[in-house]
Design a protein around this ligand. Structure first.
Ligand code: 3EB
Length: 339
């Protein structure tokens, strides 16, 4: 069998939200990584041979959610200082903790640089999904710059430095966390399977005007991961909010922000948009799974939960976090995976 055939028959990773067991793999399968959305943060560790990071995303009285990335292949993992990683021959997971800092630009750049170097060394040159959990995201740093913009500067510098080695920028989430510092983690794969997507309703984030920060956010609205022999692949939907063009719309109005957010996702994942990107697939909102919903104000949680239960069948599978969002006027943000 040629290498290409092996690649084409590679199954997708599964993403499971575990609320009970602490993230055990189903029988006969392996854990590529665990991300515990819980009551406290901490340094990345290895737990039963797989990376585990704890991110402070829930209040003390809420049930932690363990996001488990599951594979059928054997997993090899490693830990170096604040960085943890794993790979299974096709997929690569890496997480880095950036400790609290007066200015984040340089430590974030250094963290991404180390992670990108490792991904490339191991041959995982196609990034397809990233998360960035940022403490006090709309607060100001020691120089009076907004922390999200400070973070974006460091990430953009790392992407610039690595632009010749990586094909574009992937789907991402940049969201508030309850603790201090920044946790970032991402998934990458062997080359040739990813297509990064933009949304015709939204300005590409990397072309946002300078009023949103000296360097723009480095992410695509979505990334499609092809998986021949295993159906249409998967579409990773970035954290999506009530933004049209580059403007926040309907400040202060949770129902209307939900309308725009859901319409943005619907357009992004549609067959029409995927055809524009030469991807032979198409989805509806009902096919969005592994849904995470971020809500700024606790008082909006009931309305958001009710709406999501209508829109996503088995809406009980969605998980909700009461955290900050990267613009003070955004009330809600939604992400997920279409399969
Ligand atoms: C936006 O559209 C909303 O910085 O990685 C969404 C997804 C947002 C990812 C990121 C930010 C990020 O600009 C914010």
């Amino acid at each position: 069998m040629t290498a290409l055939n092996t690649l084409a028959r590679t199954p997708l990773l599964d993403c499971v939200f575990d609320m009970t067991s602490g993230g055990d793999a189903p029988a006969g399968r392996n854990v590529l990584a665990r991300v515990v959305y819980g009551h406290h943060g901490g340094r990345p560790t290895l737990y039963r041979g797989s990376p585990r990071i704890d991110v402070h995303m829930t209040a003390a009285d809420a049930v932690p959610v363990t996001e488990v990335w599951v594979t059928d292949r054997p997993v090899r993992s490693g830990l170096q200082d604040n960085l943890v990683y794993a790979e299974d021959g096709e997929y690569f997971f890496c997480a880095v903790r950036v400790e609290e800092s007066g200015v984040y630009r340089d430590p974030v750049r250094t963290a991404y640089d180390a992670a990108f170097r490792l991904a490339r060394q191991q041959g995982y040159t196609d990034l397809f999904r990233m998360w960035n959990l940022v403490g006090d995201i709309t607060g100001t740093n020691a120089e009076g710059t907004e922390i999200y913009q400070d973070f974006c500067a460091g990430r953009a510098l790392a992407f610039e430095e690595w632009s010749e080695h990586f094909e574009g920028m992937p789907a991402a989430t940049g969201i508030g966390a309850l603790g201090t510092g920044i946790d970032l983690y991402f998934l990458a794969c062997r080359p040739g399977r990813t297509t990064h997507l933009e949304n015709p309703r939204q300005t590409p984030a990397h072309r946002y005007p300078e009023r949103y920060g000296v360097r723009p956010p480095s992410f695509a609205r979505g990334t499609h991961l092809a998986s021949e022999g295993y159906g249409a692949g998967a579409l990773f939907v970035s954290g999506t909010a009530s933004i049209l063009g580059d403007d926040t719309v309907h400040p202060g109005d949770i129902e209307r922000q939900l309308d725009v957010t859901l319409a943005n996702i619907e357009t992004l994942v549609s067959g029409e948009n995927l055809r524009q990107h030469a991807v032979d697939a198409g989805y509806g909102l009902a096919e969005l799974g592994s849904v995470k919903v971020y809500v700024r104000d606790a008082e909006h949680l009931p309305a958001v939960r009710a709406r999501c239960a209508e829109v996503f069948p088995g809406g009980a599978g969605a998980v909700f976090f009461n955290v900050g969002i990267c613009r003070p006027d955004l009330l809600v943000e939604i992400e997920g995976i279409c399969r």
